[in-house]
Design a binder for this molecule. Structure first.
Ligand SMILES: [Zn+2]
Length: 187
């Protein structure tokens, strides 16, 4: 049993999509609405055309496409409702807390298909959010007591920057967009 914090009413990073009618769009009419990605599977032509006044049954409307995305997404491309719903499932599995880090890694590794996602592997690789790579290295050295075997007066000779540079070869380190970094150990 894993304890999870209660989910706040508003999740600023929760993925939302503006689903529009492609036929109307191509005819010069912006017809659509914002939907939560979790509801994407239920978005149909009726929902998209609500309030538009378009007689979509006769107008030749068929295809629904996300023409704009809001919140955090691993992709920037236009997507259909099925793909959006699959990303919403990944979002739930990853959890809202880890979602921004997950999206950052997915973008870095050019993952565009939710079917290609391995949530377990992502969680195994994730080493957290840090002020800097150096910050992570210092914490790792402390946690693992890496240099504790050295006599006190020799420890000051350890070049942590050099150690960090070598260590970084086994990691993917990406900016959080907030001044810090996400660290992922490469598998
Ligand atoms: Zn339409």
């Amino acid at each position: 049993m894993v304890l999870t914090p209660s989910v706040p009413v508003t999740m600023p990073d929760a993925p939302r999509a503006w689903f529009g009618c492609l036929h109307c769009y191509n005819s010069g009419r912006l017809v659509g609405h914002w939907f939560d990605a979790t509801d994407a599977a239920d978005v149909d032509l009726a929902a998209v055309h609500t309030g538009s006044g378009v007689a979509w049954g006769r107008a030749g409307c068929e295809e629904i496409l996300a023409l704009d995305l809001d919140g955090e997404w691993p992709i920037r491309a236009e997507i259909d409702t099925v793909t959006a719903a699959k990303w919403a499932e990944v979002h739930d599995e990853v959890t809202p807390t880890l979602w921004p880090a997950f999206c950052t890694l997915a973008r870095s590794e050019h993952i565009t298909d939710p079917e290609d996602v391995d949530v377990r592997a992502f969680i195994d690789r994730y080493r957290g959010e840090w002020e800097s790579w150096r910050d992570y290295v210092e914490n790792l050295v402390d946690d693992l007591s890496l240099f504790d075997a050295l006599p006190e007066d020799l420890r000051s000779y350890v070049d942590l920057d050099k150690y960090g540079r070598d260590l970084a070869h086994g990691y993917t380190v990406e900016p959080t967009g907030d001044g810090g970094v996400y660290a992922f150990e490469d598998s």
